[in-house]
Every structure is written in structure tokens, then in C-alpha cells.
Design a binder for this molecule. Structure first.
Ligand code: ATP
Ligand code: SF4
Ligand code: MG
Length: 323
């Protein structure tokens, strides 16, 4: 059953240097209980997509077109006053930059208790503070927060960035949202903690039928967490499909580039391997195929004609080679 359907979503940012076309005609669906890993180099539009789905775009951003249907409700058109309905237990997002995610004036304890309270009340359970606290401590331990009994009595500014990130991951786990969006939540953490958190998320996914959008630079992480993978380049989806299919046989030249040089030693984890050149400016994106300046197979057609995202076998690919 479909939980989220994004249809033709385009988003721009207004800047002093011009209009940044950060998302261009992005469409995909996510079923209940399904996870999708979103990958792509820096500047490809991954965070913009997450923020656009959650209605958390900054003030200089605009929705140009498209819909975000969450349980059939178009969030793009939903008035601010109704957004509270979907926040938290509907859609929960762990940000790439977590610094301001917590309320600075409340202790961690109060913020996590509130999260559990909201969940319990929404699910018709009677709220029990002692029970909530037990669950909080054990979840903080799960995300490898040392001495959770001490940490919960701190204020956010008394925690490190990595600790705040883990508290946010824990808050998401405690809230059990229908859609959990995580924007590179583990990239700053060490490999063992990362693996632990990924395992937790996977367990919760199967236990509570959680749907997950997981943004990552790391293809190894994507393979662990994703049922499907969505590869983004310069604000567009270039390939999307079942993760095993795409990883074993990538079709799009960009995906091939990402995977071709996938490092085998964990030493290089956290960053995507290098393809010659860099993601173009999205103020004046390249004509035709946005990847043509970096593509080894580019032809005149690629420079002139924009390739559409087409169904090829059991996946979608945006490339003239598969027209
Ligand atoms: P990263 O991997 O570095 O997090 P990303 O894939 O999340 O990158 P986005 O942050 O979504 O990419 O950025 C997409 C494009 O939008 C980039 O060209 C970026 O410079 C631009 N952009 C992002 N945020 C803003 C903003 N607040 N104002 C103007 N431009 C922005
Ligand atoms: Fe390369 Fe052309 Fe395919 Fe773009 S459309 S990825 S330039 S072959
Ligand atoms: Mg980002």
C-alpha cells in the first residue's frame, strides 16, 4: 500500500546569484513498510527533497510545481495550521545538521518524554511516565549514548554534535512515525555505531512497518538499509529501482561511475567515490542531459535533448542510451 507519492516535484531557491533549480520534476512512490535509500554527490538535491517532503524548506525556497501526497493528502497545499497533524508521529525527520533540532530551553529528558507521550496518546495508550523513562533510557543505550541516566538531565547545548544526532535518532525511534526520514544521520558517527543504528532502524522497520527514506553518501550504508535505491544527480532522479538490481547491474552512466569505484575498504566510507568533474551549478544547469559534461558516452543528442525518466526493465532510468 502506498504511503507517500511524490509527483512532478520541482523546487527552487532564490539567491543573490540567481535561481537555483534544486529539484526538477521528481516523482516516486514509497509503500508502507518500505525503505528507499537516496544517494548522489553533494549538491544533487537530496536534502532539498527531504525538506520539501516534510514542508521544512527555508524561506528562500519555493515549490514550483508538483505534489507530495502523504496518505493521500497533498502536503504542498496543506495550511501551516494543519501541518502539526503530520509532524512527529506522521513524518519524523532527522536532519543532516542537527544543531537546532532540539529545543534549547528543555532538558533532553523532557523532550524525549514529550515524544513518547505524544505517541502513546495518539495510539490510545495510557501515558505512564515511569514506563516512558525506561523506554527512553533503553533506546538511548541502543543508539550508543554513554551514561544515558546522566545525559537525560542535560540541556542540548551541553551535548556534542554527535550526541545530539543520536538523541534525534532515538527520538525518531521513540515516536515510531509512519515515515522516518533520515538525512545522513550516521555519517559523522564511527563505523560500529553506524552499523548498530542501521540494525536498529531495520528492526523497527519490520516490527512497526515503518517506511524509511534514508539519505546517504555511502553506498554500503544504502545497501544495508534500502529496499530500493534512488540515485540523484543535479536535482533529478537519474536511476531508481530495487537496490540489489541496481547495485549488481547499474544502467545509468552516473550510477555506473558511483559503483565502479566503490571502495572495498571501510577506510574510505562516508564519501562517494570520485567521478571526473563535479556537480554543475543549478543556476544554469547543462543543456540536454545534465550529466553530459561528465559522461563518457555523451553524444550530440545528449547535449541537445533532455532525457526523460523511462521505465527500462524493472527500474527507471534517465538516459538516451536506454530510449
Ligand atoms: P549534500 O550531500 O552536500 O548534503 P544535497 O544533495 O543534500 O548535498 P542540497 O543541499 O539539497 O544537496 O542542495 C541542492 C542545491 O541547492 C545545491 O546547488 C545547493 O547549493 C542549493 N541549496 C541548498 N540549500 C540552499 C539554500 N538554503 N539557499 C540556496 N541554495 C541552496
Ligand atoms: Fe550520458 Fe547521454 Fe546518458 Fe546523459 S543521456 S547519461 S550524457 S549517455
Ligand atoms: Mg544534504
Amino acid at each position: 500500500m502506498v504511503l507517500l507519492e511524490v509527483r512532478g516535484l520541482s523546487v527552487i531557491y532564490r539567491t543573490l546569484f540567481g535561481t537555483v533549480k534544486a529539484l526538477d520534476d521528481v516523482s516516486f512512490t514509497l509503500d508502507k513498510g518500505e525503505s528507499i535509500a537516496v544517494v548522489g554527490e553533494s549538491g544533487s538535491g537530496k536534502s532539498t527533497l527531504a525538506l520539501a517532503i516534510s514542508r521544512l524548506l527555508p524561506p528562500n525556497a519555493r515549490y514550483v510545481s508538483g505534489e507530495v501526497l502523504f496518505d493521500g493528502i497533498n502536503l504542498v497545499k496543506l495550511p501551516q495550521s494543519k501541518l502539526r497533524m503530520i509532524r512527529g508521529t506522521g513524518i519524523f525527520m532527522v536532519f543532516q545538521e542537527p544543531a537546532n533540532s532540539l529545543n534549547p530551553v528543555y532538558k533532553i529528558r523532557d523532550q524525549l518524554i514529550e515524544a513518547v507521550k505524544v505517541r502513546m496518546i495518539k495510539s490510545g495508550e495510557a501515558f505512564d511516565e515511569g514506563k516512558a523513562l525506561k523506554e527512553i533510557i533503553s533506546t538511548l543505550r541502543d543508539v550508543r549514548i554513554p551514561d544515558p541516566e546522566i545525559i537525560i538531565d542535560r540541556y542540548p547545548h551541553q551535548l556534542s554534535g554527535g550526541q545530539i544526532q543520536r538523541v534525534m535518532i532515538a527520538m525518531g525511534l521513540l515516536m515510531r512515525p509512519r515515515l522516518y526520514i533520515a538525512d545522513e544521520p550516521t555519517s559523522a558517527l564511527d563505523v560500529t555505531v553506524q552499523a548498530q543504528i542501521l540494525k536498529l532502524l531495520k528492526d523497527l522497520k519490520s516490527e512497526y512497518n515503518l517506511s524509511i527514506i534514508f539519505i546517504t553518501h555511502d553506498l554500503a550504508v544504502a545497501s544495508v538499509i534500502g529496499d530500493r535505491i534512488m540515485v540523484m544527480y543535479a536535482g533529478q532522479i537519474v536511476e531508481e529501482g530495487n537496490i540489489d538490481d541496481v547495485v549488481t547491474k547499474p544502467y545509468h552512466p552516473y550510477t555506473q561511475g558511483l559503483l565502479g569505484s566503490l571502495p572495498r575498504i571501510s577506510k574510505h566510507e562516508g564519501k562517494l567515490p570520485i567521478i571526473g568533474g563535479s556537480v554543475p551549478s543549478l543556476i544554469n544547469p547543462p543543456s540536454g542531459c545534465r550529466f553530459h559534461p561528465r559522461c563518457p558516452y555523451a553524444t550530440d543528442t545528449c547535449i541537445k535533448v533532455i532525457p526523460q525518466l523511462k521505465i527500462t526493465d524493472n527500474r527507471r532510468v534517465r538516459c538516451h542510451l536506454y530510449a
